[in-house]
Design a protein around this ligand. Structure first.
Ligand code: RFL
Ligand code: PHB
Length: 389
């Protein structure tokens, strides 16, 4: 088989890029090691920046998001027994869209199927070849046979655990990493959310987040230790803990429904530089991870796609390399700003096992300053709604 762009990974990065390319008449094949059902069963992000909303619109897959998604104009921070709302819209003129990553993925998969572009699922042993030479290609195994896809360029959209970044020689890549000493235990339940906007809480017992997927589906998280055993967390125990971490007036309307998804996610900051090696371009989680506290992971994947798509259009349309040559530098500039924001939100809102009294006082002062100062609230709001592309 031959195509212009071989895309490894059918998550949001790969699907977004694939659809933009297909719409622009640039041939592409998406290949994923997982099944379609498995990909659609993953519960992840819930908050979309305007940039991501705009890209989804550009693919033509944004219609259901506008119908079912919830535009939010503010978020609340709860600490010290009180709750303070940050007026995102009043401070920045921008909103965020609450719409699940699972739904984004489903909409993009439906669009791809309708446009007739090829996706290969359950591909085993995907290997990248000669991306530093002049015959880049991919091989994979399916039904006992090895297949080959020749291409001009490869987009590595295969997430943090994917094969693309690992295929780059160690000497050619520099990594930056920070691992946090806790995780998030999250549940999904079909009950109305506790509040019509998200609440991020810092409490002596640990961080908590009240989020949602719709007006009838809630997503709740609590900070937990990394050795926590999920089977020991009954729904009752989870709700008791969540309630204790919220100010009384917020906890009061909590409706406790049975969870139908429960998982623990570790928190990590990670960046690989550069994001391009010859004909291979790393996109989204394949190149960088943020802790979810800033709601930035999926949104960063979208800005990478934006920069790469511009470069690819120039490359295939105008035979110019300037866009793809600039990709890594342009993407990394925005990546590092989102890394900084996600790190600072994580540091400000969580309880660290080894925090001394001084650091705790500084954290309290930071939260207090943040909600009292218009300048500090604006800085948070500007980052939360998303920095410009
Ligand atoms: P994905 O979604 O991991 O997709 C990668 C795809 O590549 C496939 N793959 C392979 N295919 C072929 N060969 C291989 N060797 C392969 N290895 C892997 C996989 O099967 C998969 O289908 O990466 P992508 O597309 O870059 O998307 C990134 C986002 O998924 C991620 O950044 C967000 O989910 C992060 N995130 C959030 N981001 C936000 O912007 N807002 C949020 O509110 C938000 N909340 C979250 C989050 C992530 C979370 N978890 C579980 C990590 C909340 C949580 C709890
Ligand atoms: C979510 O709804 O899953 C979610 C929302 C905000 C975050 C992280 C996750 O910061």
């Amino acid at each position: 088989m031959r195509t212009q762009v071989a895309i490894i990974g059918s998550g949001p990065s790969g699907l977004l890029l694939g659809q933009l390319l297909t719409n622009a008449g640039i041939d592409n094949i998406i290949i994923d090691r997982a099944s379609k059902d498995h990909i659609l069963s993953r519960v992840r992000a819930g908050v979309l920046e305007e940039g991501m909303v705009g890209l989804l619109d550009r693919t033509g897959a944004g219609e259901r998001m506008h119908r079912e998604g919830l535009p939010h104009e503010g978020v609340s921070l709860a600490f010290d027994g009180r709750t303070k709302r940050i007026d995102l819209f009043g401070l920045t003129g921008k909103r965020v869209m609450v719409y699940g990553q699972t739904e984004v993925t489903r909409d993009l998969m439906d669009k791809r199927e309708a446009s007739g572009a090829l996706s290969i699922f359950e591909a085993g042993d995907v290997v990248l070849h000669d991306f530093d030479g002049d015959q880049p290609h991919i091989t994979y195994k399916k039904n006992g046979t090895t297949h080959r896809i020749d291409c001009a360029l490869i987009a590595g959209c295969d997430g943090y655990h994917g094969v693309s970044r690992r295929s780059v020689p160690k000497a050619a890549i520099q990594t930056f990493e920070k691992v946090y000493p806790f995780g998030w235990l999250g549940i999904l339940t079909d009950v109305p959310p506790i509040s019509h906007e998200l609440i991020y809480a810092n409490h002596p017992r640990g961080f908590a987040l009240c989020s949602m997927r719709s007006s009838t589906r809630s997503r709740y998280y609590i900070q937990c230790s990394l050795d926590e055993c999920i089977d020991e967390w009954s729904d009752d125990r989870f709700y008791d803990e969540l309630r204790r971490r919220l100010p009384a007036e917020q906890a009061e309307p909590l409706v406790c429904g049975p969870s139908f998804e429960k998982s623990i996610a570790p928190l990590r900051s990670f960046v690989a530089e550069p994001m391009r090696f010859g004909s291979l371009f790393l996109v989204g989680d394949a190149a960088h991870i943020v802790p979810p506290t800033g709601a930035k992971g999926l949104n960063l994947a979208a800005s990478d796609v934006h920069y790469l798509f511009e470069g690819l259009q120039e490359f295939f349309g105008e035979k110019s390399r300037s866009g793809i040559d600039a990709y890594s530098e342009r993407a990394l500039k925005r990546v590092w700003k989102a890394e900084r924001f996600s790190w600072s939100m994580t540091m400000m809102l969580h309880r660290f096992p080894d925090t001394d009294a001084f650091s705790r006082k500084v954290q309290e002062a930071e939260l207090d300053y943040l909600v009292q100062s218009r300048a500090a609230s604006t800085a948070l709001a500007e980052n939360y709604v998303g920095l410009p592309y």
